[in-house]
Design a protein around this ligand. Structure first.
Ligand code: AMP
Length: 216
């Protein structure tokens, strides 16, 4: 069993690669962004509290996301956990280390998906996903084969995220560079950091990720 972090700015392809690892290796994706969006949609107290922060592209408080992850670590882990969009601050990284140690689990690799800033804006502005299976599409680079229908599961609810707009994206990038990018040094110092070229096609990125995991 392998537990990994996918690290990278918004639009790097973390969600896309996580989905592949779920399909190919029966790993379990733990996306704090998905968990928060679910809380928002189902209208929980916490969901209501975080809605505005998320819409602006700011980070929600560490305590909330650490709590969400802690709950999930008690659930099934399949071929291992993929932490997608978590940790995003040094405090979250410390908390994850402690939680895993307490549960007798290890962190096996941190994979940084490296992408140029200019590409992130283009990727995010055209992005939409299938509400049913989470498959990610793009208006120009990956449209659905049939208009309005997911290629993967046939779902017809295709959705654009409220924070995939120019203003929120700018804030998300600033948050990433200020609060999340220090994790690159944090995990490098621990000898756990591995970089992959996120400018390559998704298949090639998946191959690079698979190689890294198989080497372990
Ligand atoms: P994502 O889907 O990972 O891009 O996350 C969407 C939004 O959810 C972010 O812009 C934050 O507002 C919030 N969020 C997700 N994960 C975290 C986290 N680990 N720490 C703080 N905020 C988060």
């Amino acid at each position: 069993m392998t537990n990994i972090i996918l690290l990278g700015p918004p639009g790097a392809g973390k969600g896309t690669q996580a989905k592949r690892l779920v399909d190919d290796r029966q790993m379990v994706q733990l996306s704090t962004g998905d968990m928060l969006r679910e809380a928002k949609t189902s209208g929980t107290e916490m969901g209501k509290r975080v809605a505005d922060v998320m819409a602006r592209g700011e980070l929600v408080t560490d305590d909330i996301v650490i709590g969400l992850i802690e709950e999930k670590l008690n659930g099934a882990s399949g071929g291992g956990f993929i932490f997608d969009g978590f940790p995003r601050t040094l405090k979250q990284a410390d908390a994850l280390g402690e939680l895993l140690a307490r549960k007798g689990k290890t962190l096996d690799a941190v994979i940084e998906i490296q992408v140029d800033d200019a590409a992130l804006v283009a990727r995010i502005s055209g992005r939409f996903t299938c509400r049913t299976c989470g498959e990610v599409y793009h208006d120009e680079t990956k449209p659905t084969k049939a208009s309005g229908v997911c290629d993967h599961c046939g779902g017809t609810e295709l959705n654009r995220r409220a924070d995939d707009n120019a203003d929120a994206l700018r804030t998300r990038l600033v948050e990433y560079y200020k609060k999340t990018s220090p994790l690159i040094g944090y995990y490098y110092a621990k000898g756990q950091l591995h970089g992959v070229d996120g400018m390559a096609e998704p298949d090639q990125v998946a191959t690079a990720v698979a190689k890294l995991l198989d080497k372990r």
